[in-house]
Ligand binder design. Sequence first.
Ligand code: HEM
Length: 410
Amino acid sequence: MNKQLEDFNFFDPEVVKHPFEFYEKLRDEAPIYQIPGTEMYLVTRYEDVKAIARKHKIFSSEINALMQGMEPDPEVVAIMEKGYPTVATMLTKDAPGHNRYRAIVNPAFAEGRIKKMTEKMAEIVNELMDKLPQSGYVDFFHEFCVHLPVWVIADALGVPRSDLDKFKYWSDCAVSAISGMASKEDSIRNAESQLEYQLYFADMIEHRRENPGDDVVSILVNSEVEEEPLDVAEMLSMIQQILVAGNETTTATLAAGMVHLIQRPDVLERLRKEPDLIPIFVEELLRLETPSAGMWRFVLEDTEINGVKMAKGATAMIRWASGNRDEKIFEDAENIDLDRTNTDKHMAFGYGIHACLGVHLSRQELNVAFGIIIKRMKSWKLAEDHQELVYVPSVLLRGLGELHLEIEMA
Ligand code: HEM
């Protein structure tokens, strides 16, 4: 039976996991769709998503209440008060304030600087691969996909290997804090973790003031735009955003890539023969998976997009993941196509002033990782007892939460 638009609920866990049929219906029938009973609009066509991202003066990113998990519990507040205040920076700050943060941090993630990290990335990928068995079962998600982005970003920030476990824990708690799904116990744990994170990095910041290195923290500490250096609370917010925005998204893309290569042996075979196509594969993967599936924007004044009126105070949920499968832009959009000529038009890294800070870093990391995986692994398939793909329940991030493989090294 053909489903009608009303049969779908955006927040239904099944739709969150497998949203593409719903997106297609929305793009065809209601590209700017008001969720019944709310002032919330889902925006699903490529051009409309782009238009809203471009109109950042009307569509605000200052979503602090959401990012901090709504009305916090008094116990949570008491813990947070012992630390630094959470200030809105990059992702949660509108222009013109936003410009200052990006101007300071952009050089640390510029393409040229990231290129110089290629060797280090390859070292990390090889080190993680060396730890995998020669053949048989592996929890590939936790042994590889989770570690890689954490190790790479820790290295970029100047966090030593000995602190990686707690670094990963802080990152997970920060993600949980904004998931909108944390229980009271989780929220207390997340606040305690945030406090620990703040004290650790505040110490590192003071150390880097006196002993600057070549790491991102040193760049933040010692930069100033228009003679206005960042204060510690601003730097802590920026580092936290780097962790939250960068780790799970890259992990999700790595895991999804392994599954796509299982499902498309023809693509794998071609990549083995023509490794120069790996960057195209990575872009197609990002386009199809779009782990940062959507983002909120608050409407600051009465406006109209594509003929639909939105009142001041409404919320637009722009779905990058739907725009990236819009057939008007990408022919045969549901499939990986290594000969596609416009794959670089995808919006997996967003668009406009908030476009991803980590775009070069994650691209490079994914290119290096898949290059080495394809060379070093002869074959892989889903493990016998784990044929079903398990997704993380979140409306913002869509990605696998597990990946169990049977592998055979070359
Ligand atoms: C596959 C990996 C990644 C994906 C798919 C991704 C996706 C995105 C998207 C869609 C946005 C735009 C959000 C918006 O418009 O509201 C964004 C922003 C951002 N990303 Fe990424 N990201 C990834 C990796 C990273 C990494 C590795 C970092 C670490 C540096 C990072 C840091 C950020 C930051 C700080 C922002 C906010 C920028 C701003 O508002 O000015 N991301 N990302």
